[in-house]
Write a protein that binds this ligand. Structure first.
Ligand code: FES
Ligand SMILES: [Fe+2]
Length: 340
């Protein structure tokens, strides 16, 4: 018989100091998904994202991809202000116009004036690591983190011969949830709530056979579909610390659970589909509508839980050995990251 597993403390969802530690200890040291290479096809193409308060940027240079904090070395202005686009030959700060070569070197400090001791070589952009997996681009601010391939090896093994190179970014949807990011992740990591929270989904999949398997930094889900129309059939994986990789026959959806603050989370759903499905509005609509219904139900329950946690009545609970092994795994990973 398994040992009774206690949940993380309620304070971890409502303490500002804890959130600040997670920003640095978890998100400052993890591989964070940014884009597919098809979004960075041409020199000067840029993708940005702010994740747990870290403004990040990836740019295509003539020598491959480079990634930086989207923070100017002059007075911290932004270098690129859209989610994606093309910056041309240089990244020009939006504040006073300092211009950086795509490899991060400061090329010109516009109209700065002569200053003794000012050496532009000391003002290169803050760089971060960038690596790709099957065409998907990730960044990591930690120079010592293990390679991306090591993190994703369990997922890679399950992907088999699936060809992801043809996929194109077809749609993005965002959903703002008034809860701590970990509550949403933990909700994603168990199927225990499906019969109560997701009646339509429960009719489609056999929630009693919902299985969660942990392999390294990846947690796999499987729920056998009751019918075989393909909507819910596929590979669902969660990659620590905050990425759902939802793979279907027609492509996949990258689901980032992005902390905006202590009690605010933005879900960012990026759909990467085969060109045939991407060009079929009916099929696209069906895929997007299916995830929107489930998300609205999860938003409702996670926001109610956040309110209850903030009430101060509940300090900790227990985890089902049958259904909540993924939650236990995630809570352990976060705790370990903060103890490093
Ligand atoms: S902050 Fe970037 S040029 Fe001033
Ligand atoms: Fe759910």
């Amino acid at each position: 018989m398994a040992q009774l597993q206690v949940t993380a403390a309620a304070s971890s969802y409502r303490d500002a100091s804890r959130y600040e530690n997670e920003r640095k200890g978890v998100f400052g040291r993890s591989w964070l998904f940014m884009a597919h290479v098809s979004e960075l096809a041409h020199e000067g193409d840029v993708v940005t994202a702010t994740i747990a308060g870290f403004p990040l940027l990836v740019v295509r240079t003539k020598d491959g991809l480079k990634a930086f904090h989207n923070v100017c070395r002059h007075r911290a202005g932004p270098l690129f202000d859209e989610a994606r686009g093309n910056c041309g030959a240089v990244l020009t700060c939006k504040y006073h116009g300092w211009a950086y070569a795509l490899d991060g070197r400061l090329k010109s400090a516009r109209d700065f004036g002569a200053a003794a001791g000012f050496d532009p070589r000391q003002f290169s952009l803050f760089d971060v690591r960038v690596e790709t997996w099957r065409g998907f681009v990730f960044v990591n601010a930690d120079k010592d983190a293990p390679a991306l391939a090591a993190l994703l090896a369990p997922l890679d093994a399950r992907m088999g011969g699936r060809d992801l190179d043809r996929l194109v970014h077809s749609d993005r949807r965002t959903h703002d949830i008034a809860c701590n990011w970990k509550l949403y992740v933990e909700n994603y990591l168990e199927g225990y709530h499906i019969p109560l929270v997701h009646p339509a989904l429960n009719a489609e999949v056999d929630a009693s056979k919902y299985a969660v398997t942990v392999e390294g930094g990846v947690c796999f889900h499987h729920a056998p579909p009751r019918a075989t129309d393909g909507v819910y059939d596929g590979l669902w994986a969660f990659v620590q610390p905050h990425l759902g990789v939802n793979v279907y026959g027609h492509g996949l959806m990258m689901e980032r659970m992005v902390p905006l603050g202590l009690g605010a989370t933005r879900l960012v759903y990026d759909y990467y589909l085969t060109p045939e499905i991407a060009g079929d509005p009916v099929a696209r609509h069906r895929i997007i509508a299916t995830s929107a219904v489930v998300t609205a139900e999860d938003k409702w329950i996670c926001e109610r839980v956040q309110t209850n946690i903030e009430a101060g009545i509940y300090e900790a609970g227990v985890l089902s050995p049958r259904h909540e092994a993924g939650v236990a795994w995630f809570q352990r990973l976060v705790a370990e990251a903060l103890n490093k």
